[in-house]
Design a protein around this ligand. Structure first.
Ligand SMILES: [Zn+2]
Length: 121
């Protein structure tokens, strides 16, 4: 195997449905992945790993895949226009928004997932 075919972690997840959708979404784009137990200290249980030859197409696709998974949670902002984490009023701030109070990127998949997981529908 050539040296540039090192495996990379494209994203991480814990929820089984999230993992299935990510694997399926990448599969549709011709990307084969492996789901491995996460070695990192972050909270997600599994890493989605792929060969670096797929890195470009996978990076292009992964935000769209998370967008589809999190379509009911487009931003980690409450109905009142406040940061979902610290309740700072972010209505007047431009998008995408990093909360000036707690530093969370409110448009990131991580923040949107945290908001979804706090408010299961
Ligand atoms: Zn905040």
């Amino acid at each position: 195997m050539p040296e540039n075919d090192e495996p990379i972690i494209i994203t991480s997840a814990s929820n089984r449905r999230d993992i299935e959708q990510i694997v399926y979404g990448l599969h549709l784009r011709g990307v084969r992945v492996q789901v491995v137990e996460s070695q990192s200290s972050r909270s997600d249980k599994y890493d989605i790993v792929l060969d670096s030859k797929y890195a470009f197409i996978a990076r292009e696709a992964i935000y769209g895949i998370w967008d589809a998974i999190l379509e009911d949670y487009p931003r980690a902002v409450t109905l009142e226009g406040r940061c979902a984490f610290c309740k700072y009023d972010v209505r007047s701030l431009p998008k995408p928004t990093v909360c000036p109070e707690c530093g969370v990127d409110l448009d990131s998949p991580q923040a949107r997932r945290a908001m979804r997981d706090k408010h299961p529908s």
